[in-house]
Design a protein around this ligand. Structure first.
Ligand SMILES: [Zn+2]
Length: 330
């Protein structure tokens, strides 16, 4: 039996500032479900609004709450959490933590029942879609599996999807009115299934030390994230030819550069330094119903990337302009 932990007013305030995106929340059932032995979360009928008293009860261990990632009024989040609970989970989370550090982003690793959660905090709330795109890009760069993503390049309507992999919260790009999206266990509470409190690795195991540690982390800004998204690499093995060399290519033999904006139809939205529009390759497979899987750099529209993982070849083929196989080296 653990000794009772008390949460001061200051701790409750700082916890709320760090984690609460909206007043709706969930409560973890105190008893496991009979078949699956899991403690499910439900939206409380009593006290449906996340008050200081609810937060205090969570931190002191009387109840355990789940937090939603997206504020529906702004479609923004104060944090991004990466959840991993498969066999290589901790390994992958540490890889992600390291890679984020290379971008100057601090991420706090919290234990969980089977793996861990990696948390990143925002200076000001960030658009959910930008957060998701950024983490998807990093995960793909590191070959960390993303749950539910497409397995193979040659996909059919029965595309196999990865059952194991990280989950990124926010799990939605945006919420429609009346939607809540997915919640994640609020950190620093007690997990009902194990009766254990899972702490962050980076600080001593007291509420004061843990919160102080989280408040010290460098937070990601809107400028940071636009910068990261504008660095979307061209997913093409051949490097772009250096500019001066191109002058010597005879016009008749030179291949006209491909500008994807001339080919994609459909609605597109500008966010940060990118346009977002439906990925033609995803669309061909019946995916991307929200119509924003494809990011195209505003500054350099030769750069584009599908966050669901379609290759450049797949996208070009879907547009009816396949990449010629005999590439002219210049
Ligand atoms: Zn795609």
């Amino acid at each position: 039996m653990q000794s009772r932990i008390l949460a001061s007013d200051n701790i409750v305030t700082r916890y709320s500032e760090l984690f609460v995106n909206r007043r709706a929340y969930t409560i973890q059932s105190p008893t496991p479900n009979k078949e699956k032995h899991r403690c499910y979360y439900y939206r409380p009928k009593e006290h449906p609004s996340l008050s200081r008293a609810v937060l205090r009860n969570h931190l002191e261990g009387a109840i355990t709450i789940g937090l939603y990632a997206i504020n529906p009024e702004t479609q923004r989040c104060k944090w991004v959490a990466i959840d991993a609970d498969y066999s290589e989970a901790l390994n992958d989370l540490l890889k992600l933590q390291w890679e984020l550090r290379q971008d100057g982003v601090d991420a706090a690793l919290e234990k969980s029942r089977r793996g861990g959660h990696l948390w990143i905090f925002a200076e000001q709330p960030l658009l959910a879609i930008d957060c998701r795109l950024y983490i998807h890009n990093i995960a793909r760069r590191l070959k960390v599996p993303i749950k539910g993503s497409i397995l193979t390049a040659r996909s059919t309507s029965e595309t196999p999807v990865l059952a194991d992999g990280i989950e990124i919260f926010p799990k939605q790009d945006r919420l429609n009115s009346g939607e809540f999206g997915n919640g994640i266990r609020g950190p620093l509470g007690i997990h009902r299934a194990t009766g254990k409190r899972y702490w962050f690795y980076g600080a001593d195991y007291t509420l004061e030390d843990q919160i102080a540690y989280l408040c010290r982390l460098k937070r990601i800004t809107e400028d940071d994230i636009s910068g990261f998204l504008s660095d979307l690499s061209v997913p093409d093995k051949a490097p772009l030819p250096a500019k001066p060399a191109r002058r010597h290519v005879p016009p008749s033999r030179g291949r006209r550069e491909f500008f994807i904006l001339e080919h994609v139809t459909g609605r597109r939205r500008k966010s940060g330094r990118n346009y977002f529009t439906r990925c033609p390759s995803c669309a061909r497979q019946g995916h991307d119903r929200s119509g924003d899987n494809l990011a195209i750099s505003v500054a350099d529209p030769r750069k584009y990337r599908c966050w669901a993982g379609c290759t450049r070849e797949m996208i070009r083929a879907a547009l009816g302009c396949p990449i010629p196989t005999a590439r002219t080296h210049q």
